[in-house]
Write a protein that binds this ligand. Sequence first.
Ligand code: NFE
Ligand code: MG
Length: 501
Amino acid sequence: MPTKIEIDPLTRIEGHLAIKLEIESGQVAKAYCSGEMFRGFENILRGRSPMDAQQITQRICGVCPISHGMASLKAQEQAYNLTLTDNGRLTRNLILGANYIQSHLVHFYHLSALDFVDITAILNYGGSDATLKGLQAWVKAQLDSQTMFPAAPFLPRYNGDYLPNLDANIGAIKDYVDALEMRAVAQEALALFGAKAPHATALIPGGITEKVTAKKIAAYGSILSRLRSFIDRIYIPDVVAVASAFPAYFKVGRGCGNFLAYGVFDQDNGGHLLPAGRIKQGALSSTDPAQISEDTSHAFFSSQSGLHPYQGQTEPSPHKPGAYSWLKAPRYEGQPYEVGPLARMLVAHQKGHAQAKPMIDKLLGDLGLEATALDSVMGRHAARALECKLVADACAQWLDKLQPGQPTFTDFEIPASGKGAGLTEAPRGALGHWIEIADHKIKNYQCVVPTTWNGSPRDSNGVPGPMEQALEGTPVVDSNNPLEAARVVRSFDPCLACAVH
Ligand code: NFE
Ligand code: MG
């Protein structure tokens, strides 16, 4: 008889995710990921002005709102036949770049690091750093108090094989605190061109409404140099240190073996900083959006299964027999695909990307690993950190190319009818919005979202989604403390708020 475990909710992720595991012979035999709520953004959008879409869809999430805004704009721009000015394209890259940086930092430090770092080490801190002493005093007071969950959100936690070294733990806790400040300043950089953070009001079809001024360029540049310094001196070394301390996690969490990327950060040559591509069981191939569909057989939707997003429907059916998740199951040619920084970095690596390939090869060389080891828990963390550097470095180049006083938008009129697909990459992976306009109004709107890909339930062939496949085979030493499973899920950086949209 398998031991059944429910992790519900899984904490330190965005949104509401339940994980059900069947453990046999000390490892996960079966895994089920359930998105636990319905939101209905696609239905809210129907009948509204298309111009509302980039604002409403940003409210799908507070962590990756810019990507939803960008996907919406790209869908509309295809429908309106619009091209961007150089300033429009560059400022959007800078807005999105700042969002990527804050998202990757929050994921590593504030969501994932406490799976590896021993937060209780703060009680043994003997140094004089004011922030750490303050944190120590707070934890001690909490533990002495009568509150139900003292020192939340740090405690309670699963018991397990945390970093044993006091200095390493204290250093990581200090970086955790400093990363909060970095996250805040990245949002300030975003708002310089986005006008507001986290939900940018400046996003309009054809560009952005904010102007480019020398003052904004200087302000963004000053924040960016702090961020780049933190990424180079703190973030990447911390990820390498965790990877070196937990080498087994390059063998744990292998996903479905398929990777998909739509391409993101538009360059002046029509290409992308992070290229589009698809890897099917090791083989690089191109990406054709016509091959995308959403299976609903195990999702709480009565909508027909297997529809392309242009035909997609969102009809909730909370009591549907056999359903166990509010996520649809996106499939490419009927197969599950992992999306995210690892997918983007693997595609870039296989394509011989000028910056990504040497960075990845150096990391693999330093850690003595083959490229196949990247399809793992630690590979996902490493890919995210390297990508963060690549994006931050590119932001400096885009900033240099801005032209103060030149237009940031192209004028347009909304046509009475039209269709458009907006494909981009959110921090967590491939994101698409599909819009159909009729009579100047939104007739249909469908979002196929990164965590919907990664966290999808089984499809009509019974094939589990990428996170479910990554969980299966994971060793779990103590079924009362399934820390290993939590590490696997968190390596995907799931956002269930996005996934159920
Ligand atoms: Ni709510 Fe999101 C990202 C999108 S994940 S965080 O990145 O789109 O599904
Ligand atoms: Mg959808």
